[in-house]
Design a protein around this ligand. Structure first.
Ligand code: FAD
Length: 290
């Protein structure tokens, strides 16, 4: 276990081609047609999808605008191919770190298509801006937008209460970014306790809640409360997703695609310590061959 954790910390030092090989199960591919192929397959199996254009590593306004345009292409593909899918956006990929106004412009362009847009939640330096933008959009009458809340943050229960008047459409997840203990719960049980408290408070407020987890204990809590939607990540516990569909549950799979696969892939591999050992071995083997 200690070794696994040490290896997880070493992952950023592993050569990118090795990371790419091991993370391919989490990513639909580099092109929109790769994503369309995966969503078609998921739809045929009774699952819905949310499509994410990977791009959080952008550094220029032009790149952020290009990501917004890539979402318009995704909407065209959804329409043309009759896919049962919506989209998820990351505000940093739409320019949040460059300028709030640029990011808002880009989000408005994506929202103007009228389809549902989920705003992912990123690290804690972006939480205030993300919730501010969500509130401004809703105040301006955009109802085709949803947000994500992370149960590991100590602030989230307060955020849930503050959002209650909007009856928000929320994806509730544990949260994946590395945060200090002053901001985030660390223990598995305290994160679960916060998750269930947030879930109950959201449901009491009349929010639409999509529970995004592969954690069996939290799936059970969600099923007990008959939540309207469960969400999972592409490449993680797909058999469980199929079982939930067979039981008549609405299940949506997060389908990322694009050239900027690295940051997303690292996060997925870091959540999979067994995989970290295999990757470290592969990387060492590769280094010895060189
Ligand atoms: C649809 C969806 C959208 C998300 N959006 C966001 C977001 O906007 N912001 C954010 O911070 N986080 C997001 N996350 C990630 C989330 O916060 C968690 O980091 C992630 O879901 C792992 O937590 P878990 O609840 O599945 O529980 P864990 O305890 O991490 O996982 C439970 C079990 O699932 C399996 N598992 C989990 N991850 C993997 C993996 N990568 N590879 C193989 N097996 C795995 C393992 O068997 C593990 O024991 C999202 C997750 C989902 C499902």
């Amino acid at each position: 276990m200690f070794l696994d954790r040490a290896l997880v910390r070493l992952l950023p030092a592993v050569p990118k081609p090795v990371v790419q090989r091991f993370s391919s199960r989490y990513i639909a591919g580099s092109t929109l047609s790769d994503a369309v192929g995966v969503v078609r397959r998921l739809n045929a199996e009774g699952m819905l999808a949310t499509i994410d254009v990977l791009g959080e590593e952008i550094t220029h306004a032009d790149e952020a605008r290009a990501i917004a345009r890539a979402y318009l292409d995704v909407f065209d593909a959804i329409e043309r191919d009759g896919l049962d899918a919506n989209v998820s956006v990351k505000l940093t990929s739409l320019g949040l770190k460059l300028s709030y106004d640029l990011c808002k412009e880009n989000v408005l362009e994506v929202l103007a298509q009228g389809r549902f847009v989920r705003i992912d939640m990123e690290d804690s330096t972006t939480t205030d801006a993300t919730l501010r933008l969500y509130r401004e959009l809703r105040k301006a009458g955009h109802d085709n937008v949803g947000v994500v809340l992370q149960a590991y943050l100590r602030r989230t229960l307060d955020d849930v209460r503050a959002l209650a008047d909007l009856k928000p459409n929320v994806r509730l997840c544990k949260g994946i970014y590395v945060e200090p203990p002053s901001l985030a719960y660390r223990g598995a049980d305290s994160v679960r306790t916060s998750f269930v408290q947030c879930l109950d408070t959201l449901l009491e407020a009349g929010a639409y809640v999509a529970v995004a987890t592969h954690d069996e204990k939290l799936i059970a809590e969600a099923l007990r409360r008959d939540v309207p939607e469960l969400q999972m990540l592409l490449g993680v516990r797909e058999d469980r997703a199929r079982e939930l569909v067979a039981d008549g549950r609405r299940v949506r799979i997060y389908v990322p695609f694009g050239e900027q696969w690295y940051a997303y892939s690292l996060r997925r591999l870091q959540e999979n310590p067994a995989m970290a050992t295999t990757i470290a071995r592969a990387a060492v083997g590769r280094a010895l061959r060189l």
